[in-house]
Ligand binder design. Structure first.
Ligand SMILES: Cc1cc2nc3c(=O)[nH]c(=O)nc-3n(C[C@H](O)[C@H](O)[C@H](O)COP(=O)(O)OP(=O)(O)OC[C@H]3O[C@@H](n4cnc5c(N)ncnc54)[C@H](O)[C@@H]3O)c2cc1C
Length: 361
């Protein structure tokens, strides 16, 4: 065997898993599709994270408050404690940590297939006892072990300079016209600079949706088109009239935990396993938490030379994330129903969004 563990993906989930296993002295290879870390993200990380923020990660702002706007722009404030980080620097420092713990990383090496005793990747074949799919929302590994396609939200985000901001505050906007099925966000990253983005349900982008044409400003259109409309036409337009200095787009899973997280010698971690919150879309904390659990479970399996012990991973994840993700999925299904009109959203938002007491009751 070339390696004890092969991890596909050098995002937070993959790098943490690799770090935990490599620190125990096992041979770990990380295969990363891209040539550097560049997962699209807004980078909000709550202080409940299970690791110390790496020293070389760029913290762009501290966040103390989340202001959630109803469609009529009345709002609700909630105290939070978190940071907005520069995501490439965050992921890079975690990958460096994995490397310093002894893992090897092959950049530009997409995993293509699972084969007997290992994997095929762009560039060759390599053998390994245990395979970890940490390859994100469109995970190849998850498909190869028999999971269906996951439901996703489509997101777009600009870096805007020269705009009016509320200090230390993340702003969240619910509006069926501009962000159907999702929300728009303004996350400050410095003086008069913010990440301004939104996420929308995928069926407003690609499939025919009877109500979308009638009720959204854009009708059927990409997340970017919805974001452009939010920035230039919504009641926020005057505030958001700044210089666009960056753009990213991406998708996040909103279907909750996938059916199979483990199959033989293969485990799924992070977005590949559907661990992002179906309502907020936040997935970094859960990816890190699950990566640690995956790593520890893998160590037990390797110590006992018994891959059947990997099955414990599913029940451990279920104990930790099962209830919150199931609750959030239930809320997601309601939001799908209520996002059709602003009247419905206005009335039902408190039971759908995490900062309201009604969400938890
Ligand atoms: C626009 C946007 C904003 C977001 N904002 C936030 C936020 O503010 N806070 C938050 O908590 N979450 C946010 N999320 C969600 C968060 O980005 C993810 O939940 C998180 O990145 C999951 O980590 P991961 O390691 O599982 O996957 P990823 O970070 O996606 O990493 C997967 C890695 O696998 C690689 N890969 C893919 N396929 C292969 C392959 N076949 N072989 C090898 N490598 C492969 C990818 O290149 C990538 O590096 C946001 C998502 C989007 C799209």
């Amino acid at each position: 065997m070339d390696y004890d563990v092969i991890v596909a993906g050098a995002g937070p989930a993959g790098s943490i898993t690799a770090t935990v296993v490599a620190r125990a002295g096992y041979h770990v290879l990380v295969l990363e599709k891209d040539t550097s870390c560049r997962s699209p993200c807004a980078g909000y990380i709550s202080s409940t994270i299970n690791i110390e923020l790496p020293e070389d990660c760029i913290i762009q702002s501290k966040i103390r408050k989340m202001r959630t706007y109803f469609p009529d722009l009345s709002f609700h404030d909630f105290q939070v404690n978190g940071s907005v980080v520069d995501r490439p620097s965050f992921d890079t420092s975690l990958a460096v940590r994995a490397k310093e713990s002894g893992a090897q990383i092959r950049w530009g090496s997409s995993l293509i297939d699972l084969i007997r005793g290992g994997v095929r990747f762009r560039g060759g074949k390599v053998s390994g006892k245990i395979i970890v799919g940490a390859d994100g929302v469109f995970s190849k590994v998850a498909t190869l072990i028999g999971n269906d396609k996951q439901r996703v939200a489509s997101c777009a985000q600009y870096h805007l300079r020269g705009i009016e901001l509320l200090p230390e505050t993340c702003e969240i906007f619910f509006d069926a016209d501009y962000a159907p099925g999702g929300y728009a966000w303004i996350y400050p990253v410095g003086e008069e600079t913010a990440k301004v983005g939104l996420g929308i349900l995928d069926y407003y982008v690609t499939k025919s949706c009877s109500h979308s044409k009638k009720h959204t400003k854009v009708g059927l259109g990409s997340a970017r088109e919805h974001l452009d409309a939010f920035i230039s036409e919504s009641s926020m337009a005057e505030r958001l009239c700044g210089k666009r200095t960056g753009y990213i787009r991406g998708a996040l899973p909103i279907g909750g935990l996938r059916k199979k997280l483990c199959c033989g010698n293969v485990l799924l971690v992070g977005d590949s396993a559907g661990m992002a919150d179906p309502i907020t879309g936040a997935g970094i904390n859960n990816a890190l938490l699950a990566g640690e659990i995956a790593g520890k479970t893998i160590i037990t399996a390797l110590e006992n030379d018994d891959v059947t012990l990997l099955e414990q991973y599913e029940s451990k994840i279920d104990r930790l994330l099962g209830i919150p993700l199931a609750r959030s999925l239930e809320k997601r299904n309601k939001l799908d129903e209520y996002c059709i009109t602003n009247e419905l959203l206005q009335r039902h938002l408190p039971e759908l969004w995490v900062t309201f007491r009604e969400y938890w009751s």
